[in-house]
Design a protein around this ligand. Structure first.
Ligand code: ADP
Length: 165
C-alpha cells in the first residue's frame, strides 16, 4: 500500500490545497495531510483547529487522514512508513524553496522522495496569506476557500479585529 504525505501550514486550507488533496488521493492508496508546526509563522488558527477544518472539508474522501505534527517532516514520514511527500507547485514562487526542501528531506531520510503536482491554473495565484489579506477587506471568498469553513474564517477575522482595533 502506497501512503503519501501532504505537509503544509494550511492556515487556513484553501481551494488550491483541496485540489491537490483530491488529486493526490486519487493517485495514492492513502494520503496523510499533515499540518506542520512552523516556528517562524504566527498562525491564525491553532494546529488542532487547522486539523479540524481540513477534516471537515475532506470528510468525503475515505483514504485521506488528517494529522498534525511538530516533528521534522523527514522523521514524521519515516515514523508513518511513507516514502513519498506530495507538494503543490505554483508557477514561479514555489520552485526554489520546494527544490531545496526536497533535497534536504532526502538528505535526512534517503528513502524519502518528493513528488510535485502542478497547481490547477485557477488556483495558481492562491495562497493562505492572500486569503487572509482579502478576508480582512471583507472580500467575497467563495472562489478561494471551501464554503464549509467560511463562517469559521470570518469569525476568527472578527475576533482578531476586536483584539487589535
Ligand atoms: P501557503 O501558506 O503558501 O498557502 P502551505 O504551506 O499551507 O502554503 O502549503 C502547503 C503545500 O501546498 C505547499 O506544497 C504549497 O506549494 C502547496 N500549495 C499552496 N497553495 C497552493 C495552490 N493554490 N495550488 C497548489 N498548491 C498549493
Amino acid at each position: 500500500m502506497k501512503t503519501a504525505i501532504y505537509p503544509g501550514s494550511f492556515d487556513p486550507v484553501t481551494n488550491g490545497h483541496l485540489d491537490i488533496i483530491r488529486r493526490a488521493a486519487n493517485i495514492f492508496d492513502k494520503l496523510i495531510v499533515c499540518v506542520m508546526v512552523n516556528a517562524g509563522k504566527h498562525p491564525m488558527f491553532s494546529l488542532e483547529e487547522r486539523v479540524a477544518l481540513i477534516r471537515r472539508v475532506t470528510e468525503d474522501l475515505p483514504n485521506v487522514e488528517v494529522d498534525g505534527s511538530s516533528e521534522l517532516l523527514a522523521e514524521y514520514a519515516r515514523r508513518r512508513g511513507s516514502c513519498v511527500v506530495v507538494k503543490g507547485l505554483r508557477a514561479g514562487s514555489d520552485f526554489e524553496n520546494e527544490f531545496q526542501m526536497a533535497l534536504i528531506n532526502r538528505k535526512i531520510n534517503p528513502d524519502l522522495d518528493t513528488m510535485f503536482l502542478t497547481s490547477a491554473s485557477q488556483y495558481m495565484f492562491l495562497s493562505s496569506s492572500i486569503v487572509k489579506e482579502l478576508g480582512s477587506y471583507g472580500a467575497e471568498l467563495t472562489d478561494f476557500i471551501p464554503q464549509a469553513i467560511i463562517p469559521d474564517f470570518r469569525r476568527r477575522l472578527e475576533e482578531r479585529t476586536r483584539q487589535t482595533p
